[in-house]
Design a protein around this ligand. Structure first.
Ligand code: G6P
Length: 369
Protein backbone atom coordinates (compact mmCIF):
# COMPACT_ATOMS: atom_id res chain seq x y z
CA UNK A 1 0.00 0.00 0.00
CA UNK A 2 2.91 2.33 0.80
CA UNK A 3 4.11 1.73 -2.73
CA UNK A 4 0.72 2.72 -4.15
CA UNK A 5 0.80 5.92 -2.13
CA UNK A 6 4.07 6.81 -3.85
CA UNK A 7 5.63 7.97 -0.58
CA UNK A 8 2.69 10.14 0.50
CA UNK A 9 1.10 9.55 3.91
CA UNK A 10 -2.36 9.22 2.43
CA UNK A 11 -4.03 8.58 -0.92
CA UNK A 12 -5.78 11.92 -0.57
CA UNK A 13 -2.48 13.83 -0.42
CA UNK A 14 -1.13 11.84 -3.35
CA UNK A 15 -4.27 12.58 -5.35
CA UNK A 16 -4.12 16.30 -4.50
CA UNK A 17 -0.56 16.39 -5.82
CA UNK A 18 -1.51 14.47 -8.96
CA UNK A 19 -3.74 17.29 -10.18
CA UNK A 20 -1.32 19.01 -12.57
CA UNK A 21 -1.04 15.66 -14.34
CA UNK A 22 -4.70 14.69 -14.16
CA UNK A 23 -5.85 18.05 -15.53
CA UNK A 24 -3.32 17.77 -18.35
CA UNK A 25 -4.50 14.21 -19.15
CA UNK A 26 -8.06 15.43 -19.19
CA UNK A 27 -7.28 18.04 -21.87
CA UNK A 28 -4.98 15.86 -23.96
CA UNK A 29 -6.10 15.56 -27.58
CA UNK A 30 -9.15 17.68 -26.86
CA UNK A 31 -7.90 21.25 -27.21
CA UNK A 32 -6.26 22.98 -30.15
CA UNK A 33 -5.46 26.46 -28.87
CA UNK A 34 -3.92 27.83 -32.07
CA UNK A 35 -6.98 26.86 -34.06
CA UNK A 36 -9.26 27.97 -31.21
CA UNK A 37 -10.88 24.53 -31.28
CA UNK A 38 -12.20 21.99 -28.83
CA UNK A 39 -12.82 18.41 -29.95
CA UNK A 40 -14.88 16.06 -27.81
CA UNK A 41 -15.24 12.78 -29.68
CA UNK A 42 -17.65 11.24 -27.18
CA UNK A 43 -20.32 13.86 -27.72
CA UNK A 44 -19.74 15.04 -31.29
CA UNK A 45 -22.61 12.91 -32.48
CA UNK A 46 -24.86 15.22 -30.45
CA UNK A 47 -23.45 18.47 -31.85
CA UNK A 48 -26.75 19.30 -33.57
CA UNK A 49 -28.70 18.68 -30.35
CA UNK A 50 -26.28 20.90 -28.43
CA UNK A 51 -26.60 23.63 -31.05
CA UNK A 52 -30.39 23.65 -30.77
CA UNK A 53 -30.95 22.78 -27.12
CA UNK A 54 -33.33 25.05 -25.21
CA UNK A 55 -31.81 24.18 -21.90
CA UNK A 56 -29.19 22.08 -20.17
CA UNK A 57 -29.97 20.28 -16.93
CA UNK A 58 -27.05 19.02 -14.86
CA UNK A 59 -27.73 16.19 -12.39
CA UNK A 60 -25.23 14.95 -9.82
CA UNK A 61 -24.57 14.33 -6.11
CA UNK A 62 -21.99 15.55 -3.61
CA UNK A 63 -18.77 16.95 -4.99
CA UNK A 64 -19.93 16.22 -8.54
CA UNK A 65 -22.90 18.51 -7.91
CA UNK A 66 -20.47 21.29 -6.97
CA UNK A 67 -18.63 20.74 -10.26
CA UNK A 68 -22.06 21.09 -11.89
CA UNK A 69 -22.51 24.53 -10.33
CA UNK A 70 -19.18 25.61 -11.81
CA UNK A 71 -20.41 24.20 -15.13
CA UNK A 72 -23.59 26.26 -14.92
CA UNK A 73 -21.56 29.43 -14.59
CA UNK A 74 -19.23 28.53 -17.48
CA UNK A 75 -21.88 27.25 -19.91
CA UNK A 76 -24.17 30.23 -19.33
CA UNK A 77 -21.26 32.67 -19.60
CA UNK A 78 -19.72 31.27 -22.78
CA UNK A 79 -22.41 29.28 -24.60
CA UNK A 80 -25.41 31.37 -23.45
CA UNK A 81 -27.66 28.35 -22.86
CA UNK A 82 -29.78 28.36 -19.68
CA UNK A 83 -28.52 25.75 -17.22
CA UNK A 84 -30.19 24.25 -14.16
CA UNK A 85 -28.21 22.20 -11.64
CA UNK A 86 -30.13 19.55 -9.75
CA UNK A 87 -29.40 17.17 -6.93
CA UNK A 88 -30.12 13.85 -8.62
CA UNK A 89 -31.93 12.65 -5.50
CA UNK A 90 -34.37 15.58 -5.60
CA UNK A 91 -34.82 15.63 -9.36
CA UNK A 92 -35.92 12.00 -9.52
CA UNK A 93 -38.57 12.40 -6.85
CA UNK A 94 -40.47 15.28 -8.32
CA UNK A 95 -42.18 15.49 -11.66
CA UNK A 96 -39.57 17.50 -13.58
CA UNK A 97 -40.42 19.21 -16.84
CA UNK A 98 -38.17 17.67 -19.48
CA UNK A 99 -38.52 17.88 -23.25
CA UNK A 100 -36.81 16.36 -26.24
CA UNK A 101 -34.98 19.65 -26.73
CA UNK A 102 -33.30 19.37 -23.34
CA UNK A 103 -29.82 18.05 -22.76
CA UNK A 104 -29.13 16.39 -19.43
CA UNK A 105 -25.52 16.20 -18.27
CA UNK A 106 -24.96 13.61 -15.54
CA UNK A 107 -21.73 14.03 -13.57
CA UNK A 108 -20.34 11.15 -11.51
CA UNK A 109 -16.84 10.15 -10.50
CA UNK A 110 -17.73 6.51 -9.86
CA UNK A 111 -20.38 6.20 -12.53
CA UNK A 112 -22.35 4.08 -10.05
CA UNK A 113 -24.31 6.53 -7.88
CA UNK A 114 -27.86 5.16 -7.57
CA UNK A 115 -29.66 8.51 -7.43
CA UNK A 116 -27.80 9.83 -10.47
CA UNK A 117 -28.64 6.65 -12.39
CA UNK A 118 -32.31 6.99 -11.49
CA UNK A 119 -32.34 10.64 -12.61
CA UNK A 120 -30.84 9.58 -15.95
CA UNK A 121 -33.49 6.88 -16.46
CA UNK A 122 -36.24 9.39 -15.78
CA UNK A 123 -34.87 12.03 -18.19
CA UNK A 124 -34.31 9.35 -20.81
CA UNK A 125 -37.91 8.16 -20.60
CA UNK A 126 -38.98 11.73 -21.25
CA UNK A 127 -36.92 12.03 -24.39
CA UNK A 128 -33.94 14.14 -23.34
CA UNK A 129 -30.45 13.57 -24.68
CA UNK A 130 -28.20 12.39 -21.84
CA UNK A 131 -24.48 13.08 -21.76
CA UNK A 132 -22.20 11.79 -19.02
CA UNK A 133 -19.07 13.12 -17.33
CA UNK A 134 -17.56 10.14 -15.53
CA UNK A 135 -14.19 9.04 -14.27
CA UNK A 136 -14.46 5.26 -14.04
CA UNK A 137 -14.26 3.85 -17.54
CA UNK A 138 -16.88 1.19 -18.28
CA UNK A 139 -18.94 1.94 -15.15
CA UNK A 140 -22.76 1.91 -15.24
CA UNK A 141 -23.51 5.58 -16.03
CA UNK A 142 -21.46 5.73 -19.25
CA UNK A 143 -23.47 2.69 -20.39
CA UNK A 144 -26.78 4.43 -19.65
CA UNK A 145 -26.01 7.72 -21.36
CA UNK A 146 -26.19 8.57 -25.08
CA UNK A 147 -22.71 10.06 -25.15
CA UNK A 148 -20.15 11.43 -22.78
CA UNK A 149 -16.69 12.64 -21.89
CA UNK A 150 -14.42 10.76 -19.53
CA UNK A 151 -12.43 12.79 -17.02
CA UNK A 152 -9.34 10.52 -17.20
CA UNK A 153 -8.21 11.50 -13.69
CA UNK A 154 -7.12 7.93 -12.95
CA UNK A 155 -8.31 5.87 -9.97
CA UNK A 156 -9.34 7.98 -6.99
CA UNK A 157 -8.96 6.05 -3.74
CA UNK A 158 -9.48 8.74 -1.09
CA UNK A 159 -13.19 8.89 -0.25
CA UNK A 160 -13.14 12.70 -0.33
CA UNK A 161 -12.97 13.65 -3.98
CA UNK A 162 -10.07 15.88 -5.07
CA UNK A 163 -8.54 15.20 -8.47
CA UNK A 164 -11.86 13.90 -9.83
CA UNK A 165 -13.46 17.26 -8.98
CA UNK A 166 -10.85 19.35 -10.81
CA UNK A 167 -11.05 16.95 -13.77
CA UNK A 168 -14.85 17.33 -13.85
CA UNK A 169 -14.43 21.11 -13.82
CA UNK A 170 -11.89 20.81 -16.64
CA UNK A 171 -14.31 18.75 -18.75
CA UNK A 172 -17.11 21.23 -18.06
CA UNK A 173 -14.82 24.06 -19.17
CA UNK A 174 -14.12 22.15 -22.39
CA UNK A 175 -17.84 21.47 -22.87
CA UNK A 176 -18.74 25.14 -22.30
CA UNK A 177 -16.21 26.19 -24.94
CA UNK A 178 -17.29 23.39 -27.28
CA UNK A 179 -20.94 24.46 -27.07
CA UNK A 180 -19.87 28.10 -27.52
CA UNK A 181 -18.00 27.03 -30.64
CA UNK A 182 -21.08 25.19 -31.95
CA UNK A 183 -23.45 28.05 -31.24
CA UNK A 184 -21.08 30.81 -32.30
CA UNK A 185 -21.43 32.67 -29.02
CA UNK A 186 -17.74 33.53 -28.65
CA UNK A 187 -15.48 35.36 -31.09
CA UNK A 188 -12.76 33.09 -32.43
CA UNK A 189 -10.09 35.32 -30.86
CA UNK A 190 -11.64 34.79 -27.41
CA UNK A 191 -11.66 31.01 -27.95
CA UNK A 192 -7.99 31.12 -28.89
CA UNK A 193 -7.21 33.21 -25.82
CA UNK A 194 -9.18 31.03 -23.39
CA UNK A 195 -7.79 27.78 -24.76
CA UNK A 196 -4.20 28.96 -24.58
CA UNK A 197 -4.74 30.06 -20.96
CA UNK A 198 -6.37 26.71 -20.22
CA UNK A 199 -3.33 24.94 -21.54
CA UNK A 200 -1.20 26.75 -18.93
CA UNK A 201 -3.44 25.69 -16.03
CA UNK A 202 -1.49 22.53 -15.07
CA UNK A 203 1.61 24.66 -14.51
CA UNK A 204 -0.40 27.12 -12.40
CA UNK A 205 -1.91 24.26 -10.38
CA UNK A 206 1.64 23.08 -9.72
CA UNK A 207 2.41 26.58 -8.39
CA UNK A 208 -0.76 26.63 -6.30
CA UNK A 209 0.40 23.39 -4.66
CA UNK A 210 3.33 25.32 -3.22
CA UNK A 211 0.94 26.69 -0.59
CA UNK A 212 1.34 23.37 1.23
CA UNK A 213 3.32 24.96 4.10
CA UNK A 214 0.88 27.84 4.51
CA UNK A 215 -2.09 25.44 4.48
CA UNK A 216 -0.45 23.34 7.20
CA UNK A 217 0.20 26.39 9.33
CA UNK A 218 -3.38 27.64 9.02
CA UNK A 219 -4.70 24.13 9.72
CA UNK A 220 -3.03 24.27 13.14
CA UNK A 221 -5.13 27.38 13.84
CA UNK A 222 -8.47 25.83 12.90
CA UNK A 223 -7.96 22.29 14.15
CA UNK A 224 -9.59 22.96 17.52
CA UNK A 225 -12.56 24.91 16.21
CA UNK A 226 -16.04 23.42 16.03
CA UNK A 227 -17.39 25.44 13.09
CA UNK A 228 -16.19 27.18 9.95
CA UNK A 229 -17.78 29.30 7.25
CA UNK A 230 -16.62 29.40 3.63
CA UNK A 231 -17.59 32.37 1.48
CA UNK A 232 -17.34 33.04 -2.24
CA UNK A 233 -19.17 34.96 -4.95
CA UNK A 234 -19.90 34.15 -8.57
CA UNK A 235 -17.80 31.26 -9.74
CA UNK A 236 -16.12 31.37 -6.33
CA UNK A 237 -19.35 30.31 -4.63
CA UNK A 238 -19.24 26.61 -5.66
CA UNK A 239 -15.58 26.66 -4.65
CA UNK A 240 -16.66 27.77 -1.16
CA UNK A 241 -19.27 24.98 -1.05
CA UNK A 242 -16.69 22.40 -2.05
CA UNK A 243 -14.17 23.76 0.50
CA UNK A 244 -16.75 23.42 3.28
CA UNK A 245 -17.75 19.92 2.16
CA UNK A 246 -14.12 18.78 2.16
CA UNK A 247 -13.54 20.09 5.67
CA UNK A 248 -16.64 18.46 7.14
CA UNK A 249 -16.13 15.16 5.32
CA UNK A 250 -12.67 14.46 6.65
CA UNK A 251 -12.13 16.58 9.78
CA UNK A 252 -15.71 16.42 11.14
CA UNK A 253 -15.65 20.17 11.79
CA UNK A 254 -19.06 21.57 10.95
CA UNK A 255 -18.62 23.82 7.94
CA UNK A 256 -20.98 25.79 5.75
CA UNK A 257 -20.36 27.24 2.31
CA UNK A 258 -22.31 30.42 1.57
CA UNK A 259 -22.54 33.05 -1.14
CA UNK A 260 -20.63 35.94 0.45
CA UNK A 261 -23.49 38.40 -0.03
CA UNK A 262 -26.01 36.08 1.64
CA UNK A 263 -24.00 36.05 4.85
CA UNK A 264 -25.94 39.01 6.15
CA UNK A 265 -29.16 36.99 5.93
CA UNK A 266 -28.15 34.46 8.56
CA UNK A 267 -24.62 33.18 9.07
CA UNK A 268 -23.39 36.61 10.20
CA UNK A 269 -25.17 35.88 13.49
CA UNK A 270 -22.65 33.09 14.13
CA UNK A 271 -19.54 35.19 13.72
CA UNK A 272 -17.35 35.81 16.74
CA UNK A 273 -13.64 35.41 17.56
CA UNK A 274 -14.03 31.63 17.53
CA UNK A 275 -15.31 31.44 13.95
CA UNK A 276 -12.85 30.85 11.12
CA UNK A 277 -14.17 32.38 7.90
CA UNK A 278 -12.48 31.18 4.74
CA UNK A 279 -13.02 33.67 1.92
CA UNK A 280 -12.31 33.26 -1.78
CA UNK A 281 -10.99 36.77 -2.37
CA UNK A 282 -9.08 36.58 -5.62
CA UNK A 283 -8.83 39.51 -8.01
CA UNK A 284 -11.81 39.10 -10.28
CA UNK A 285 -15.09 40.81 -11.05
CA UNK A 286 -16.39 40.51 -7.48
CA UNK A 287 -13.16 41.50 -5.71
CA UNK A 288 -14.37 44.85 -4.32
CA UNK A 289 -17.62 43.31 -3.12
CA UNK A 290 -15.78 40.50 -1.37
CA UNK A 291 -13.58 43.04 0.39
CA UNK A 292 -16.65 44.65 1.92
CA UNK A 293 -17.86 41.19 3.01
CA UNK A 294 -14.48 40.66 4.69
CA UNK A 295 -14.87 43.97 6.50
CA UNK A 296 -18.26 42.82 7.81
CA UNK A 297 -16.64 39.66 9.20
CA UNK A 298 -13.75 41.60 10.69
CA UNK A 299 -16.08 44.03 12.44
CA UNK A 300 -17.51 41.00 14.28
CA UNK A 301 -14.06 39.65 15.15
CA UNK A 302 -14.24 36.60 12.88
CA UNK A 303 -10.90 35.00 11.98
CA UNK A 304 -10.33 35.62 8.29
CA UNK A 305 -8.49 33.13 6.12
CA UNK A 306 -8.37 34.50 2.59
CA UNK A 307 -7.46 32.87 -0.69
CA UNK A 308 -5.95 35.72 -2.70
CA UNK A 309 -4.25 36.38 -6.01
CA UNK A 310 -0.47 36.47 -5.90
CA UNK A 311 0.75 39.98 -5.05
CA UNK A 312 -2.53 41.07 -3.40
CA UNK A 313 -2.26 43.86 -0.84
CA UNK A 314 -5.79 45.03 0.00
CA UNK A 315 -7.07 41.72 1.37
CA UNK A 316 -3.75 40.98 3.06
CA UNK A 317 -4.17 44.14 5.10
CA UNK A 318 -7.49 42.87 6.46
CA UNK A 319 -7.10 39.10 6.77
CA UNK A 320 -5.58 37.11 9.62
CA UNK A 321 -4.13 34.57 7.18
CA UNK A 322 -3.74 34.54 3.44
CA UNK A 323 -2.89 31.88 0.90
CA UNK A 324 -1.77 33.09 -2.50
CA UNK A 325 -2.69 31.43 -5.77
CA UNK A 326 -1.45 32.40 -9.25
CA UNK A 327 -3.37 34.92 -11.31
CA UNK A 328 -5.51 33.49 -14.14
CA UNK A 329 -8.66 34.21 -16.13
CA UNK A 330 -11.70 34.22 -13.84
CA UNK A 331 -13.10 31.16 -15.63
CA UNK A 332 -10.25 29.07 -14.23
CA UNK A 333 -10.53 30.28 -10.65
CA UNK A 334 -12.15 27.02 -9.41
CA UNK A 335 -9.22 24.94 -10.68
CA UNK A 336 -6.75 27.02 -8.68
CA UNK A 337 -8.66 28.15 -5.58
CA UNK A 338 -9.76 24.59 -4.79
CA UNK A 339 -6.16 23.46 -4.26
CA UNK A 340 -5.44 25.36 -0.99
CA UNK A 341 -8.86 24.35 0.36
CA UNK A 342 -8.13 20.67 -0.26
CA UNK A 343 -4.79 21.00 1.56
CA UNK A 344 -6.34 22.96 4.41
CA UNK A 345 -8.90 20.20 5.02
CA UNK A 346 -6.28 17.51 4.65
CA UNK A 347 -3.92 18.96 7.24
CA UNK A 348 -6.72 19.87 9.63
CA UNK A 349 -8.03 16.29 9.50
CA UNK A 350 -4.53 14.86 10.01
CA UNK A 351 -3.95 17.09 13.04
CA UNK A 352 -7.26 15.94 14.52
CA UNK A 353 -6.18 12.33 14.08
CA UNK A 354 -8.97 11.54 11.61
CA UNK A 355 -8.95 8.71 9.12
CA UNK A 356 -8.40 10.93 6.09
CA UNK A 357 -8.78 8.33 3.35
CA UNK A 358 -11.75 6.58 4.89
CA UNK A 359 -13.84 9.03 6.90
CA UNK A 360 -16.52 7.59 9.15
CA UNK A 361 -19.99 6.97 7.70
CA UNK A 362 -18.98 7.88 4.13
CA UNK A 363 -18.58 5.66 1.10
CA UNK A 364 -16.66 6.27 -2.10
CA UNK A 365 -19.62 5.30 -4.18
CA UNK A 366 -23.20 5.28 -2.97
CA UNK A 367 -25.06 2.56 -4.83
CA UNK A 368 -28.17 2.73 -2.66
CA UNK A 369 -30.72 5.53 -2.75
C1 G6P B 1 -20.20 10.00 -2.32
C2 G6P B 1 -18.72 10.33 -2.26
C3 G6P B 1 -18.47 11.75 -2.75
C4 G6P B 1 -19.05 11.94 -4.13
C5 G6P B 1 -20.52 11.54 -4.18
C6 G6P B 1 -21.01 11.45 -5.62
O1 G6P B 1 -20.87 10.77 -1.38
O2 G6P B 1 -18.23 10.18 -0.93
O3 G6P B 1 -17.08 12.03 -2.78
O4 G6P B 1 -18.90 13.28 -4.53
O5 G6P B 1 -20.73 10.26 -3.61
O6 G6P B 1 -20.33 10.40 -6.24
P1 G6P B 1 -20.10 10.25 -7.77
O7 G6P B 1 -19.28 9.00 -7.91
O8 G6P B 1 -21.46 10.12 -8.40
O9 G6P B 1 -19.38 11.46 -8.25
Amino acid sequence: EMLEKAGYDHFMLKEIHEQPRSIRDCMRGRIYPQAGQVQLGGIKEYAEKLRNADRIIIVACGTSWHAGLVGEYLIEEYARVPVGVEYASEFRYRNPIITERDIVIAISQSGETADTMAAIELAKERGATILGICNVVGSSIPRLTHGGVYTHAGPEIGVASTKAFTAQVTVLTLMALYIAQLRGTLPQSKLVELLSSLQDIPVLVEKALQCDGAAKYIASEIKDKTNAIFLGRGIGFPVALEGALKLKEISYIHAEGYPAAEMKHGPIALIDEEMPVVVIATQNSSYEKVISNIQEVKARKGRIIAIVTEGDTAVKALADYVIEIPDADEAFLPLLATIPLQLLSYYTACMRGCNVDQPRNLAKSVTVE
